[in-house]
Design a protein around this ligand. Structure first.
Ligand SMILES: N[C@@H](CCC(=O)N[C@@H](CS)C(=O)NCC(=O)O)C(=O)O
Length: 224
């Protein structure tokens, strides 16, 4: 049994689970996974066995339980300070933390109306103005980061892969699912993140999942 166990929801829908799972993969540590299928009659009681908030993700490590995606990411950064989970330079790190918090607390129009559904590919459709607004802000964040902090070290927001990239990974899967195209530096970044081997691994597992909650086939969707 590994030192770490991450408790997550369905890989097809659980965007909040994807984020710290990517961070945990980036540490290189071995871990076990517990997948709790969401929106089933026994989901709430199953999650509460692992997470006091009644929500996934949660991380268990040496008798400590950490829940909420960003708290898990910070905990892993504390344990693995040499893994570059946050940028090393202070200004870049402050920026990375700011955009990660902005993702964590914001973009509710995009999250509500275009929930993560990795297995789904939809034809392009007209976007609501509030969704357009969210996408415009995300495009600006990505473009600014690539131009200011991402000039060297790799194709990600701060060069090498950081927690900020993990926070935005579910946006990249949404761009694919809802046939929304970004161009220029933001588009190149989206392609690079989509190609990241750990995101590919999650996407392959989402496609292979054999359980699905009927509620997710209905409209309106639930923010994810
Ligand atoms: N702020 C939390 C959000 C967690 C969250 O909403 N998780 C959803 C799944 S993506 C959940 O646990 N839903 C279970 C339920 O509502 O029964 C985080 O960042 O981890």
């Amino acid at each position: 049994m590994a030192d770490f166990t991450i408790v997550i929801g369905n890989k097809n829908y659980s965007s909040w689970s994807l984020r710290p799972w990517l961070v945990l993969k980036q540490t290189g540590a071995a871990f076990d996974e517990v997948v709790v299928p969401l929106d089933m009659p026994d989901t709430a009681q199953n999650i509460l066995r692992h997470s006091p908030s009644g929500r996934v993700p949660a991380l268990k490590h040496n008798g400590i339980t950490v829940w909420d995606s960003l708290a898990i990411a910070e905990y892993l950064h504390e344990l693995f300070p040499d893994r570059g989970l946050w940028p090393t330079e202070r200004a870049a790190r402050a920026h990375a933390r700011s955009i990660s918090a902005e993702m964590h607390s914001g973009f509710s129009a995009l999250r509500t109306h275009h929930p993560m559904r990795i297995r789904t590919i939809e034809a392009p459709r007209d976007l609501r103005p509030d969704v357009e607004q969210d996408l415009k802000r995300i495009n600006t964040i990505w473009t600014d980061c690539r131009r200011t902090f991402g000039k060297t070290g790799g194709p990600f927001l701060f060069g090498g892969f950081t927690i900020a990239d993990a926070m935005f990974a579910p946006v990249v899967t949404r761009l694919r699912s809802y046939s929304i195209g970004f161009t220029g530096p933001a588009g190149e970044y989206a392609d690079a993140l989509w190609d990241h081997p750990h995101l590919r691994e999650w996407v392959a597992a989402a496609k292979a999942e054999t359980y699905a909650a009927p509620i997710h086939e209905k409209w309106p969707p639930i923010a994810g």
